[in-house]
Design a binder for this molecule. Structure first.
Ligand SMILES: *Cc1c(COP(=O)(O)O)cnc(C)c1O
Length: 435
């Protein structure tokens, strides 16, 4: 590794290189900044999802009961709150909730927010350019054969560790696009199989996510009829995630959860490339303001967003540059280089980032099944690590007695039973050791 960088200028980098569990507090949190994105952008994205709701309801009948709007509940977690705080040995003032994005239709993950949004935006633009659609139409018409025929002249491509490919692949293929998903070696076999079964072209790489996305981007650039959805810097993906905040605000109100100076809200999110947690945090800050605070969680072997933000180098540095291997059981977080957008937009909006050992997420996965009968993938449960690691700091800096805590569960519904059983077995053994 670059010793000057690691050992003198940025002490935190030394801890990261040593794979130590770390809590990094953002020194620029709360400062003024020009974000380059506004609240109006969020409402524009939200309105587009509303226009597409009639299409989603007919094309994906499992979304019909919510009128074609993809949203997940906010669930109170009493049993898990008692169990996890006792086992991890800390007090958690206030109430704990789980945002169950593992139940989001289509990909069973948070990627149903950003990935699907960008596909729909592309479809709308193509249909409008061909004068086959106007904004006031009932978009259910997009489910007709003449639109599939139109979209078949265009390609959609994406690089993915798995879930982004699932959300984009399933919807793009349904609309009729020639769809290609470039998958990193970490991607689970069942995710590739699911995509192939709906007619998506899955290209596999021996290397990391960065290799898959870089190659995918270069291939797409050669063909003007192909739209490349860029997980390393797409504003549309980002805004699709951000719309969650508009929906969450209503869920909080409906459940009588106050958010103000005396009732701060803390949100704990796992970060891979950083797009989904940053987009969500951007939305939360726009909609709920200064009393909502976000903390990200990353594996000790892949602290890509933390490394980028702490050094200010953002996507100019990767975890490989400091000698890390980038390997983790949390396959959705196995991304060595952060997105171009995440660190820049989060510079003043993110409270902090923690890193965790893989054993932690495996134990939480089993504990969540035991206490709440909720099945999550290891990537999806990392918010619990951020919650545990940050309480001591939070108790010194915030008014905690009436706090609300939301662990953002990011995926799991489509995970095969055999995989859940394997995770449970590993996690259960770790739980026994730690109790
Ligand atoms: C993609 C993913 C994340 C992280 O999102 P990024 O945008 O890569 O930071 C977290 N959890 C799950 C389950 C995911 O699929």
């Amino acid at each position: 590794m670059n010793c000057k960088l690691g050992e003198t200028k940025y002490p935190v980098v030394r801890d990261l290189a040593a794979e130590k569990e770390t809590l990094w507090i953002n020194p620029d949190y709360g400062k003024a900044a020009d974000l380059g994105l506004t609240r109006a952008d969020l409402f524009d994205a939200s309105a587009r999802l509303d226009r597409f709701a009639p299409y989603m309801a007919v094309a994906f009948p499992e979304t019909a009961k919510t009128g074609g709007i993809l949203e997940s509940p906010l669930r109170r977690l009493e049993a898990m709150q008692a169990d996890v705080t006792k086992r991890d040995g800390y007090a958690l003032p206030g109430d704990l909730y789980l945002k169950v994005d593992n139940e989001l239709p289509i990909s069973g993950s948070i990627k149903s927010r950003g990935g699907i949004y960008e596909v729909l935006k592309i479809a709308e633009q193509v249909a409008i350019d061909h004068k086959m659609l106007v904004y006031g139409d009932n978009y259910a018409k997009l489910n007709a054969p003449e639109f599939r025929d139109l979209f078949s002249h265009y390609g959609i491509a994406v690089g993915s560790t798995g879930n982004l490919g699932l959300s984009i692949g399933i919807v793009a293929a349904k609309l009729g696009f020639n769809t290609t998903v470039h998958m990193s070696s970490d991607a689970k076999q069942w995710k590739k199989d699911t995509l192939r079964s709906v007619g998506v072209n899955v290209v596999e790489y021996d290397g990391s996510f960065t290799t898959a996305i870089t190659t995918g981007r270069a291939l797409a650039a050669k063909d003007p009829s192909v739209f490349f959805i860029d997980d390393e810097g797409s504003k549309d993906l980002f805004l699709g995630y951000g719309v969650a905040a508009i929906r969450l605000q209503k869920q909080l109100r409906d459940q009588n959860i106050q958010v103000d100076e005396d009732h701060p809200l803390f949100v704990y999110l796992p970060a891979g490339v950083g797009g989904s947690p940053s987009g969500t945090t951007f939305g939360l800050k726009q909609i709920l303001g200064k009393n909502v605070h976000a903390i990200f969680a990353e594996p000790t072997h892949v602290p890509s967003v933390l490394l980028g933000m702490a050094t200010g180098m953002n996507n100019g540095i990767s975890v490989y540059d400091i000698g890390l291997d980038g390997l983790t059981e949390a396959d959705g977080l196995a991304v060595g280089r952060p997105s171009r957008l995440a660190g820049r937009v989060m510079k003043t909006l993110l409270l902090g980032i923690t890193t965790f050992d893989d054993e932690q997420v495996m134990a939480y996965t089993a504990e969540m099944m035991d206490t709440e009968d909720i099945k999550l993938e290891p990537s999806a449960i990392a918010g619990f690590a951020a919650m545990a690691a940050s309480q001591q700091y939070l108790s010194k800096h915030f008014n905690m007695p009436n706090a609300t805590h939301i662990v953002w569960a990011t995926g799991g519904m489509l995970v095969p039973e055999s995989e859940h059983a394997r995770n449970y077995k590993i996690g259960e053994a770790l739980l026994k050791q730690s109790k």
